[in-house]
Design a binder for this molecule. Structure first.
Ligand code: SF4
Ligand code: SF4
Length: 207
């Protein structure tokens, strides 16, 4: 049986090339009534304790008796003494990229400010010389940022990128999450891995 579109178009299965039999919906029967034993939750509590205890003893055993050649068996990061090497796809704090002379690559075009769905960016533009724009102020409110990466994607100058920085993003005072241009500038070398990555993925999608 094929699904009809009802608009004169061929059936959906024909359009997408999936055999009609595969498209048949399966009825899922959900049993909503719990037995008295299930309502007591005793067994579930015991099962939860078993899982927790299992992980506890595996971790402890792996820590005390690490296999030969390994510091420890169980993968545990002792933050902040140890830090993870994050993959380039990770989207941490957005940062501004600086030229080698320390000036910002940003030309204050305002695209990122316009595109940001959380209204986290505000820019005050100025001119260094006639026609040479730069951000006099560039404020990023990380209390609003949702780390979507649109600012990075839309920037025509590769002037803002999602870094692998995650320290200091949890604060009690929201004002501490407002970052100014001077706090956001990073040398290009520091964000090179991410820049290479975005060049790769954006060219893949033919931007
Ligand atoms: S990552 Fe998204 S929410 Fe955060 S500043 Fe960029 S565009 Fe705005
Ligand atoms: S960071 Fe990029 S998109 Fe945003 S104002 Fe600067 S040049 Fe334009």
């Amino acid at each position: 049986m094929s699904t009809q579109t009802g608009s004169g178009h061929p059936p959906y299965s024909v359009q997408v090339g999936i055999p009609a039999a595969v498209l048949r919906a399966k009825r899922v029967r959900r049993r909503m009534d719990l037995t008295l034993w299930e309502k007591l939750y005793l067994m579930e509590i015991v099962r939860g304790l078993v899982v927790t205890s299992k992980h506890f003893f595996i971790n402890m055993w792996g820590f005390i008796f690490p296999p030969a050649g390994k510091k420890r068996k169980v993968f545990t990061v002792y933050y902040p003494e140890e830090k993870l090497q994050l993959p380039p796809a990770y989207r941490g704090r957005p940062v501004l990229v600086a030229h080698t002379d320390g000036t910002e690559k940003c030309v204050a075009c305002g695209l990122c400010e316009k595109m940001c769905p959380a209204h986290a960016i505000s820019i005050v533009a100025a001119e260094r010389a006639p026609g040479e724009r730069y951000p006099l102020r560039y404020t990023l409110d990380l209390g609003r940022c949702v780390y979507c990466g649109y600012c990075e994607e839309v920037c025509p100058k590769e002037a803002i990128v999602m870094s692998d920085e995650y320290q200091g993003l949890a604060q009690r005072d929201r004002n501490a999450l407002r970052f100014e241009k001077e706090q956001l500038l990073r040398p290009e070398g520091k964000v090179k891995t991410r820049l290479d990555y975005v060049r790769r993925i954006y060219s893949k999608w033919n931007y």
